[in-house]
Write a protein of this length. Structure first.
Length: 443
């Protein structure tokens, strides 16, 4: 059981909080590059409980800064994005993307613009994503060395979806693998599946065994069950510091991806999914079907999105939410057409984690042996955050981004005489990998 105090420390992300300081040691995927247009409308960004604006200047550079003008705190969201900077509409002070005051027309020359600076953050664009570093370390970290970020940009897809709950319970839905055979596939009778269906092993044995391990990037689980005589079905998944996951819903050999659960504030999270277009995964395979060709209920693709608004929390929201009980169809649930009654794997996960309330009260939980990945991950996060606070020790990945390079997840079947480590190393060696990684291995 996680104690209430630990739960508080794990879930609060604002400035000065234990976890908030840990997260400020990393680059944070904050927006799609396409959201910011040259000299276009600034975007309100909520990130780790801070209200920021993002804009793209006339030269295409992106600025991310506190939304309050350093003069008298009017919101720069209302500002004019023109000629290489954002100009506050109150007294006309203008700031470039790194926060320098470049014009102060409300004062007679010489003014004092050299003495004023907007609180801006470092920004990088990669893979069609705007990344923000909100920390204050002397040395800015490198972007995480995920395999997917080493792939050519035109082979990468990105999507954002907001979730109305704390980042931790959203993230824990991803490393709680035993829910798959229920929430997503509780209505699937293995007799109705083709023998080689990827979910066959999951529904034939809904109570697998697990190996857990601490890794350089965080934690890893491997769910395993007998697939056929002397063959084992494996499903690997990862938690990666500070808020990333990799899930087993694709073939291990090509499943390059990363999934971030970025805290907007304590009660809202942005899911940022970056994946390789050519991976054999749930994103590229057709909708799962029974062996007679009928689609499996509840596995439809795509999400119904609301239009983005300019609200602090107005971006990338789903139409189906707590307001309509996530469009739960009781007839489909009672008829066992869809175990949950909710259409779509992502929406099922979204509904479950949002239904827990904005921040789960850990005192009310009864964690079981099948939840060990969750307890181990919470522990790892807490210990790393306390080591940072008490001893100044940088957490995994913050000073050595290469720890992520060999992180991979996915499913496969192998001979059963191998250990978790052996089977993982073998599969990784036989996988599609970015050219940069292969070059490094050859050096
Ligand atoms: S408050 Fe922005 S210029 Fe005065
Ligand atoms: Fe799920």
């Amino acid at each position: 059981m996680t104690k209430t105090f630990d739960g508080m420390e794990l879930t609060r992300v604002g400035p000065g909080t234990l976890m908030g300081e840990l997260m400020r040691c990393y680059w944070i995927p904050a927006a799609m590059s396409s959201e910011l247009v040259r000299d276009g409308t600034p975007v309100r960004l909520m990130l780790l409980g801070e209200r920021l604006i993002a804009f793209r200047d006339s030269a295409g550079r992106v600025g991310v800064m506190d939304h309050r003008c350093p003069h008298r705190c009017a919101s720069l969201f209302l500002g004019r994005n023109e000629d290489g900077g954002i100009r506050c509409i109150y007294h006309g002070w203008k700031f470039d993307v790194v926060g320098n005051c470049v014009d102060m027309p409300s004062l007679p020359p010489p003014g004092f613009k050299e003495k004023v600076k907007a609180k801006s953050h470092k920004v990088i664009e990669r893979a069609g994503v705007v990344w923000v570093y909100m920390g204050s370390c002397m040395q800015t970290p490198s972007l995480p060395a995920f395999e997917i970020l080493d792939m050519p940009e035109d082979e990468i897809n990105v999507s954002f979806i907001q979730r109305d709950c704390n980042y931790l319970q959203a993230l824990e839905g991803e490393i709680d693998t035993s829910h798959f055979g229920f929430l997503h596939a509780g209505h699937v009778d293995p007799n109705n599946l083709a023998e080689d269906d990827p979910i066959m092993h999951t529904v034939r044995n809904r109570a697998p065994e697990y190996h857990l391990a601490e890794t350089a990037w965080g934690t890893q689980y491997a769910g395993y069950r007998e697939a056929e005589p002397r063959r084992i079905s494996w499903r690997f998944g990862n938690f990666l510091f500070p808020f990333w996951t990799q899930v087993p819903n694709g073939e291990f050999g090509s499943h390059m991806h990363a999934r971030a659960w970025v805290p907007l504030d304590d009660e809202h999270t942005m899911f940022v999914f970056i994946w390789w277009k050519r991976a054999v995964s749930a994103m590229s395979l057709p909708q799962p079907a029974f062996k007679d060709g009928t689609p499996i209920g509840g596995t439809s693709r795509g999400n119904r999105m609301l239009p983005n608004t300019t609200d602090w929390l107005g971006r990338w929201r789903l139409k189906d939410n707590a307001g309509n009980d996530w469009a739960l169809d009781r007839a489909a649930q009672q008829g066992n057409v869809i175990y949950s009654g909710i259409a779509g794997i992502h929406l099922q996960d979204q509904a479950i984690t949002e239904s827990m309330g904005p921040i789960v009260d850990h005192e009310l939980e009864h964690l079981a042996p099948s939840d060990q990945m969750i307890t181990r991950t919470r522990r790892r996060l807490l210990l790393a955050a306390r080591a940072l606070r008490d001893k100044g020790v940088l957490p995994p990945g913050a000073n050595d981004a290469s720890v992520y390079r060999n992180a991979r997840s996915g499913y496969f079947v192998s001979d059963n005489h191998c250990s978790r480590q052996e089977v993982y190393a073998q599969q990784l060696a036989a996988s599609v990998r970015p050219l940069s990684t292969l070059h490094r291995a050859a050096e």
